[in-house]
Design a protein around this ligand. Structure first.
Ligand code: HEC
Length: 452
């Protein structure tokens, strides 16, 4: 049964016709149970929109239009219902059926059904007094101890995408722990994602040289914080504090944990600008940090990848539509190696948060575990990789991995002519790809946030 017709007219009127493709996808019947009372905007729909949509669909937000008031939401009822019943919105890359994730933005069947029935009933506003914020509403940072900003505004110039790294001074003269992170984009309509790294004390000069060599604020970087295609360690040694994508809110680190930051580091804030929808504008993005002097369990953020890939062991031939690499190892052994023994190989560890990373030709990526007894569990699976929607995924229930338990990252790429990125408006021809930090390189890794 196709419930919606002509869903686009109100939207197009708001946006200027033709700005985006609209379709009226048929929605499926519900399970046949009798519908409860007609949903209203204030009681049923607004809590969902505020928890799952208006992080992006706000004035000046990354989405091309806002629906933060009852009037506009009611006017857009059909477009909203169509976008959710077809599951185009909200963007949420992880597939269902793996581990339960924190701040999961996807809608439940009941939420979709409520929005669909509300639109079908003519979008009644209901009584504002009946509004109660959704318990799904992401909490944000509990406390801000350090508010860092890009030293000066930067206006990106390259369409559609530009990746830029900015160095920010770190004020503490003793070791501190980062126990929460939130990002406030300066120009929300063009800031597509932000990753906050720190250059380790011995590497700071290398980063300053990249900054000095590139005119204007910051320097050009891609995927990681480095200013050339250097490998992930060595003179460019860095740590990762966290990431942000539109629609995500700041978050405290898991209770009792935090990332140790020694004195003498520099913060490297990587900003991915996308000026496909928004006009170039000066941006001065800020990062808010929650800081503690000590934590119960220091956490480590570390990449999970095959070290051989970095040393030339990854080849993705030009024109090949499906190339797969995977890396599976005894988790405790590898985590011990990656943390240089800070987590002992013969002890269990706890995995809290997973970030997944590929570059522009990536097709899919997943992380799974296999327990000593052979049982495989999917933690996060991104079946359609989209470089534009990267964020860290917190496991609702942290996983404890014991020696003998294995972790596996699996990546697929499509390097055919049809799947090449546009750089400065021109579609690139397929080329052989290898590991590296440039737009024309590829990666396959999981970032893990772990504690002993
Ligand atoms: C993470 C940011 C983000 C969130 C959250 C989000 N949107 Fe969007 N939305 C976008 C962007 C960006 C576009 C522009 C088209 C695109 O890039 O896919 C868009 C486009 C749309 C469109 C027009 C195009 C289409 O596919 O129908 C509608 C309607 C829409 N969103 C509704 C919603 C609703 C309803 C929610 C919440 C249930 C939501 N969006 C949550 C970012 C977001």
């Amino acid at each position: 049964m196709n419930r919606y017709h002509g869903t686009c007219s109100a939207l197009l009127a708001l946006m200027g016709a033709g700005a985006i493709g609209c379709s009226s996808t048929a929605s499926s019947d519900n399970d046949g149970s009798p519908p409860s009372a007609t949903p209203t905007y204030h009681r049923d729909v607004r809590p969902i929109l505020e928890a799952k949509c208006t992080g992006c669909h706000a004035p000046g937000g990354i989405a091309p239009f806002a629906f933060t008031t009852a009037d506009v939401a009611i006017q857009l009822k059909d477009a909203i219902a169509d976008a959710v019943t077809s599951r185009r919105m909200p963007p949420w890359p992880p597939a269902p059926g793996c581990a339960e994730l924190l701040d999961d933005r996807s809608l439940t069947d009941d939420q979709i059904d409520a929005i669909a029935r509300w639109a079908e009933a003519g979008a009644p506003p209901g009584d504002p007094a009946e509004f109660v914020a959704s318990p799904d509403m992401p909490g944000g940072l509990s406390r801000v101890d350090l508010d860092l900003s890009m030293p000066e505004p930067y206006t990106p110039a390259t369409a559609p995408d530009e990746y830029r790294c900015f160095l920010i001074d770190w004020p503490y003269e003793a070791t501190r722990f980062v126990t929460g992170l939130g990002v406030t984009p300066g120009a929300p309509s063009i800031v597509h994602h932000v990753v906050v790294f720190f250059a380790k004390p011995g590497a700071v000069e290398t980063y300053e040289a990249w900054d000095a060599a590139d005119p204007g604020p910051g320097y050009s970087c891609f995927g990681g914080p480095t200013g050339d295609d250097a490998a992930i360690q060595g003179p460019s040694a860095y740590g990762i504090l966290g990431g942000w994508a539109p629609g995500s809110f700041g978050r405290d680190a898991p209770r009792g944990t935090g990332i140790e930051v020694p004195p003498g580091v520099k913060i490297v804030m990587q900003v991915h600008y996308n000026i496909a929808h928004g006009m170039p504008a000066p941006d001065q993005t800020r990062v808010a940090l929650r800081i503690d002097d000590a934590v119960e369990r220091p956490a480590y953020t570390m990449p999970w990848l095959d070290p051989a890939w970095v040393k030339g062991g990854m080849r993705i031939p030009a024109g090949d539509p499906d190339v797969m690499y995977d890396f599976e190892e005894d988790a405790a052994t590898a985590v011990s190696l990656f943390t240089k023994g800070a987590l002992p190989a013969d002890q269990p560890f706890t995995l809290y948060t997973v970030g997944l990373h590929q570059h522009l030709r990536g097709k899919s990526i997943s992380l799974s575990t296999r327990r000593g007894d052979g049982e495989r569990e999917c933690l996060v699976d991104i079946p359609r990789w989209d470089f534009h929607w990267q964020s860290p995924y917190g496991l609702a229930e942290p996983r404890r991995l014991a020696p003998g338990d294995r972790l596996r990252v699996e990546c697929h790429w499509d390097n055919s002519a049809e799947n090449q990125p546009f750089v400065s408006g021109v579609r690139m021809p397929p080329e052989d790809l290898a590991w590296g930090e440039g737009t024309n390189d590829e990666m396959c890794l999981a970032w893990l946030y772990v504690t002993p």
